[in-house]
Design a protein around this ligand. Structure first.
Ligand code: SF4
Length: 250
């Protein structure tokens, strides 16, 4: 990859004022969610740029919201680092959910540690065991959950709204940053000195498990760094947030 031809997410975005109207709207939605559903309300945090903005907003304005995260066992070190930085800065108690050990042992013994590169079916199996099942467990007693999804992140997120009925998990879903732009996310991070994943400075706009995330070049879809070897199949989601859709094949 030619580094002089790629830009980071942060340097791509021109510095503009933090949008106070959007901050106010997001805080209102967080408060509404907490009023209606806390303590049965969970923020599922993966420590991407949007999620650290939500951590900052929750810590400042609605600290009653519970924060959980999934440790798939394949996360980059940078994700553990930002997790610890947030714990330290905000004094957070973050509940960590791991995959079922027996399921992982069986899968890896049968198909290898890097089975996901071999087929879409294998990748879905790994995501189901390492991500979806632990999230199901985390949400099993919740009536609502919060995410850092933004509409402009992917074609598959265009129809999402701030408050949704999550048919998959059977609970309410709140997306307080759904209207935010990438610039607004980074302006908020800079203005409030929010800890963020160091991989964002290495051209990773979207960060998941280490073997399934890569840096991207200028002009590429921000989600193209995830499961890139499946691009001919057009799969853009792991199943946590939306049904996979077909995207244009390059
Ligand atoms: S993102 Fe990759 S390593 Fe992580 S659960 Fe999915 S297939 Fe497995």
């Amino acid at each position: 990859m030619q580094k002089d031809k790629i830009q980071t997410v942060q340097t791509e975005t021109a510095p503009t004022k933090v949008n106070q109207d959007k901050i106010n709207a997001s805080v209102s939605l967080l408060q509404q969610a907490a009023d209606e559903y806390a303590p049965d309300l969970v923020f599922a945090c993966s420590f991407g740029a949007e999620d650290v903005v939500l951590i900052d907003l929750i810590s400042r304005y609605v600290p009653s919201i519970s924060i959980i995260t999934l440790d798939t066992g394949r996360l980059p070190q940078a994700t553990y680092d930002v997790m610890d930085a947030c714990r330290e800065k905000y004094g957070l108690n973050i509940q960590v959910y791991f995959p079922d050990a027996a399921d992982v042992e069986h899968m890896v013994s049968e198909s290898g540690l890097n089975l996901f590169y071999k087929s879409v079916e294998n990748r879905k199996r790994c995501c189901a065991i390492r991500k979806i099942q632990p999230l199901k467990r985390a949400l099993s007693t919740a009536q609502a959950w919060l995410t850092g999804l933004r509409r402009e992140q992917a074609d598959s997120r265009q129809d999402m709204t701030a408050v949704e009925d999550d048919a998959y998990f059977g609970i309410k879903k709140f997306n307080p940053l759904i209207e935010w732009t990438e610039s607004e996310v980074w302006n908020y991070i800079r203005a409030n000195d929010v800890p963020y994943n160091a991989l964002h400075d290495q051209h990773y706009p979207s960060i998941g498990c280490e073997p399934c995330s890569r840096a991207i070049s200028v002009g590429e879809d921000p989600r193209s760094g995830r499961w890139w070897w499946e691009r001919e199949d057009g799969v853009a989601e792991c199943g946590l947030h939306a049904s996979p859709i077909k995207r244009p094949v390059k």
